[in-house]
Design a protein around this ligand. Structure first.
Ligand SMILES: CC(C)(COP(=O)(O)OP(=O)(O)OC[C@H]1O[C@@H](n2cnc3c(N)ncnc32)[C@H](O)[C@@H]1OP(=O)(O)O)[C@@H](O)C(=O)NCCC(=O)NCCS
Length: 166
């Protein structure tokens, strides 16, 4: 990841999930109460950004998802095979701790997620993100993501496009 101040690794039992505060109660609650179960059940992978003293400064989750071909803009869909769905990676959650906001960590975690999706041996067409509100959607739009016409808080970035920017 691009920020030298943080180290990103997979969530493990050694990480303190209870004290993480992003300013979004649902994202904090998910991290402290739910993520461990989701990881155990293999419905999400979770990655954490750590400070030098091993504090969790941010986290994000990744999972597999299918995009309906009919949900993509027609100009993009016509370049793809006519399967009903295309494979993608979904970043369901992304959160940065309050004290680290505005320092580039959110952007660096997004880049880290894109890098992992691009480097995966299993093919995926795009990274799909779920924004919790319009402000979060604007963050993703700022990073080149496009909203699905039918659901403006779900956005995507083709990994072929991301690869040229990483
Ligand atoms: C959204 C969030 C992840 C951004 O993290 P951050 O570390 O504060 O953001 P960064 O400092 O990395 O910002 C990177 C870039 O995005 C821009 N940006 C940040 N928030 C933005 C927003 N809401 N709208 C548009 N651009 C935004 C910054 O200006 C910066 O631009 P630059 O690289 O051109 O200078 C963070 O504010 C957060 O955790 N919010 C609460 C949870 C949340 O909304 N999660 C999002 C998905 S559900």
């Amino acid at each position: 990841m691009s920020s030298p101040l943080f180290h990103v690794e997979m969530l493990g039992p050694q990480h303190d999930r209870a004290t993480f505060r992003s300013g979004s109660a649902p994202l904090d609650r998910y991290f402290s109460e739910q993520v461990k179960q989701d990881v155990r059940r293999r419905v999400a992978a979770c990655f954490v950004a750590l400070t030098d003293d091993q504090r969790v400064a941010g986290y994000y989750t990744l999972a597999a998802v299918a995009i309906l071909l009919s949900e993509l803009p027609p100009a993009l869909a016509k370049k793809l095979p006519r399967y009903p769905t295309v494979p993608a990676v979904r970043m369901g959650r992304l959160a940065v701790a309050k004290e680290f906001k505005g320092k580039g960590l959110g952007g660096a975690l997004l880049a880290d997620a894109l890098q992992r999706a691009c480097n995966a041996e299993i093919a995926a067409f795009a990274l799909v993100v779920d924004a919790k509100d319009k402000v979060a959607a604007a963050f993703y739009a700022h990073h080149g993501f496009s909203a699905f016409a039918a659901s403006p808080l779900t956005l995507f970035l083709p990994l072929a496009t991301a690869r040229t920017q990483l």
